[in-house]
Structures are given as C-alpha cells and as structure tokens.
Design a binder for this molecule. Structure first.
Ligand code: C2O
Length: 501
C-alpha cells in the first residue's frame, strides 16, 4: 500500500499468476500494482520510474489516475497524445495532484498504447473520514479491495482483437483451463461472521466485462465511481472495464468457504467461461472455516444490478441543462463503428499526434483543425452542458465509454428507453450497450479547462481509434500549466522546438 506519496517502479519480470510463466510489466514487483490510498483533500505525489525492459514496452510509459478530475492539473492526467509525452526508459516523472473534494473507488493504469494489459494497473482509494455511508459497514480496508483483471499468455501487443483472455485474475490470482499440476492458490477474502464489509470492486480489465457474484450473499451497492448512491441490494453485478462499485457484504451466513465468481463476457463474441476447477473465482472465507476450497452453489435466483436503479445519495447532484432530451447547450451525436480494421466514432478513427495536444495549446494553437483531424477533436466552451448521444452502429459490443477530467450524468442508459433528468447515476465509465442500435446519453459540464480524452476502455479499441478529444476552453488552459515545467519538458524533447508560452 502506498499512502499519499511514494514511488512506482515499473519493471519487466516473469510471473505466473495463473500457473503459466510469462514476462509481465510489474509495479514495485507486483501485479496488480500497490493499492494507493489517500484521504479526501489530500495531495497525491507519486514518482513513476520506467525500468521496463521488454522490447514491446521500452518506448515509454505514463500513468493515468482514472476518475480523478485533475482540476487545474490537466498536465498530470497521464494521457499520451493528449497531455504528456511518454516517460522514456530509465527516466522518471513525478505526478502530483490534489484529490480535492473527491472520495471513493478509483484506479490507475498506464495510458501508453495497450501497456496496462501487461500489468501496469492498480487500485486507488480515496477515503472520506466523514463518509456519510459509514453506518452501512463495519470494515473497509485494503484487504476488502477486489480487483478483476483479464490475463493473456501473450504480450499485450500480440493480443488479437476481439481479445480472448487465457485466464482471469481476482486480486492478481487465477487459474486457466488446461493447466497441469497443482492448481494455483486463489485469492482469499477473509471475513468474520456478523460483520459487514465494504468491498471495493474494481475492474482493471483490458477487454472483457465481468458478471460478479458471491455465493449465498447479497451485495448492497453504496458507491459508484466516486459518488455515494442510495443503497441498492442485488446479488449479481455486471462490471465493465474501468468501472468500480462499493458493495456492502453482510457476513451473515454460516461459517464456511464460499465461491466469489467473476465470469468474463468476452467483447464481440459473448462467449463466457465456466467456473470449473476454480477458474474465474476466488474464496470468501469466514473466520473459523476449514482451510479448503468452497463447495457452494451459485444463487438460484439472480438479482442483477440495473444502472437505471442507481441514484446518487445527494440531491445536490442535479442534472445540468434543461430536463428534456434536447435541453443541453450542445448535443453531439456519435456512432460507434468497426470499419475494415479501425474502430471509430463517426467514421473518423483517432490518430496519434507527434506533439501532445496540451503542448500544442500551450504553444498557442487553439484551432482544433490544427491539432487533430476533424471529427476526432471538439472545442467546447466553458460552463456549458454537453450531451453526448452515442449509438452502437455495428458489432454489438458493450463498449465501456470513459471521459477524462469529469464525471457525467447517465441521462439515458443503453439498456433503457427512458430518460432520467431527475436522479440518474453519475459516473465516469458507462456501457454503450450490448446490441447494435443501442443508444446511451450522457451529460457533463465544461467546468475543467484542458484537453480531455473520451474513449472506449477496451484497450484494443482505444489503440484502434475509438477515441475523441474535447479541448475544453483552450483559451483558459494557461493555468493548467505544469508547476515544474523543466521536469515536464524533459519528457518532450520536441517541446524545445516550440515557442515558449
Ligand atoms: Cu482508465 Cu483513459 O482511462
């Protein structure tokens, strides 16, 4: 655990989290990386040291702090092409930013190519010492974080699309079908009978979403991606790449071992695997239970979490704009499409830039057309309500859509025909829906100047073009300048060629 400040050293090493040995990109020697914790209002200061040696990864790295707004610190957002140049091999970069008024369940990951699929990812928890939902649980510590990852027996650049993971990992451990020899010890979540635990369920996935459940136990959702919600009790949660939930587990069953299940639903082909032999599983173990594998069965009746049933606990989070489908200051329609090889919004795949967009803006470029091809960049004014209507154009595929620098109101979930301008869920990563023709509508307020990327969190889709950038009030980007410009310029030799602003 890293509390508030510390060092993340990225290095290439062999690991076998599912029994299969392969080189991985580790953080401080482990996968997932250490849990980073802070309190609401804290400054987080993390030095990232790039000692990766794998030939696919030596070009660079960066860390993005998924879900944190980076208000006034856009240059700490970690998005390659957008806010920074890659941290080159044997180089380091110190990220420093405030959690400000945010608290909840977040994560961090490399935002360089598809690097996080090889291991550069971990959970980030911001505690609120005055958590208004504190009465809902007795325990909330790092042992009750549950990370879900997909895992491959090839290196990330060689993963085919759609991705077919070889295994899934819960808290970094898993099993794969076909493994010979002694099965890998799975992750164990320890509980005491009679106590209530806040589980932080974090998807670190590169591709599949997960159907998550714990045999014989209900899960009461109290937080979604940094926003407390009115408690909603279910027993099954579908969680997409990049999404997070806090769920209260009441250890009210008999002292025993129970299966924790996370069934991957592979993007694009819907094939799911089984739980045979502990694949896609971990243990929930009551204190006093025998140290053996669970023999429990899955709940007979599945109560699935529906996004439309989630509502913020505070009415202060009122939806911006007029309460009707056309009531935003600016409404932008997008169609997600898979072309010959590329994914895109509105038929324009995102392309890499040679100079990150923020640097270009700081050098005086404000005309979007100078920065990126039309259709991949949108200049938006300050203090506006922006609505995005995103339709799945072909290839039904639950794309997890993530916006940097903001959270957004899901005014229409993809799986519902109804709009909700009253009390919709607020989050930073939303499903575009399972089927062709599905539409999700989200709203956000342009209260955070800087360039922010909006993209699919299936990492291969991001690599293949499913992204756009909003340049929010570029004329006001000036105050998001790095406070240590020299360290920052080090990363971007190309910056020297730019006129200083
Ligand atoms: Cu979690 Cu742009 O990503």
């Amino acid at each position: 655990v890293i509390c508030r400040s510390g060092t993340l050293t990225l290095e290439t090493k062999n690991i076998a989290p599912d029994g299969f040995v392969r080189p991985a990109s580790l953080i401080n020697g482990i996968h997932p990386g250490p849990v980073i914790t802070a309190n609401k209002g804290d400054n987080i200061r993390v030095n990232v040291v790039n000692e990766l040696t794998d030939e696919n990864q030596i070009l660079g790295t960066s860390i993005h702090w998924h879900g944190l707004f980076q208000r006034g610190t856009n240059f700490m957002d970690g998005a390659i092409d957008v806010t920074q140049c890659p941290i080159s091999p044997n180089n380091s970069f110190e990220y420093s930013f405030d959690t400000a008024d945010q608290a909840g369940t977040f994560w961090y990951h490399s935002h360089f190519d598809v690097q996080y699929c090889d291991g550069v990812r971990g959970a980030l928890i911001v505690y609120d010492p005055h958590d208004p939902l504190r009465h809902m649980y007795d325990f909330d510590d790092e042992s009750t974080i549950i990370t879900l990852s997909d895992w491959y027996h090839v290196l990330a650049p060689d993963i085919s699309s759609p991705a077919m993971e070889d295994a899934t990992l819960i808290n970094g451990r898993g099993r794969y079908i076909g493994h010979k020899g002694k099965p890998v010890d799975l992750a164990i979540i320890n509980v005491k009978q009679g106590k209530r635990y806040r589980l932080r369920i974090v998807s670190l996935s590169c591709s599949p979403d997960f159907t998550f459940s714990i045999d014989q136990h209900n899960l009461t959702i109290i937080e979604v991606e940094g926003t407390e919600t009115i408690p909603e009790t279910v027993n099954t949660i579908r969680i997409l790449a990049g999404q997070r939930y806090s769920a209260v587990l009441n250890a009210n069953q008999r002292v025993d071992n129970y299966w924790i299940r996370a069934l991957p639903n592979r993007a694009g082909n819907g094939i799911s695997e089984t739980f045979d032999g502990g694949v896609n599983s971990a243990f929930l173990r009551y204190k006093g239970a025998r140290k053996k594998e669970p023999t429990t069965k899955q709940q007979y009746q599945q109560i699935l979490l529906l996004e439309t049933n989630l509502h913020p606990a505070y009415p202060t989070l009122t939806v911006p704009g007029e309460p009707n489908p056309d009531g935003a200051d600016l409404t932008l329609p997008f169609i997600i499409k898979l072309g010959e090889i590329k994914w895109s919004f509105n038929d324009t795949p995102f392309v890499s830039t040679s100079v990150p967009i923020l640097l270009q803006i700081l050098s005086g470029a404000t005309d979007p057309a100078e920065l990126l091809p039309e259709g991949t960049i949108y200049r938006v004014k300050r203090n506006q309500t922006i609505q995005l209507n995103i339709q799945t154009g072909n290839q039904g595929n639950p794309h997890p859509l993530h916006l940097h620098g903001h959270q957004f109101w899901v005014v229409k979930s993809a799986d519902s025909a109804e709009y909700n301008f009253d009390d919709p869920v607020v989050r930073d990563t939303v499903s575009a829906g399972d089927n062709e023709g599905d539409v999700v509508s989200i709203r956000f307020t342009t209260d955070n100047p800087g360039p922010w990327i909006f993209h699919c969190h299936i990492d291969l889709h991001l690599r293949d073009g499913l992204a756009i950038v909003f340049t929010e009030a570029p004329e006001d980007t000036d105050f998001t300048k790095p406070n240590r410009p020299d360290a920052w310029k080090d990363l971007c030799p190309i910056w020297d060629a730019q006129p200083d602003s």
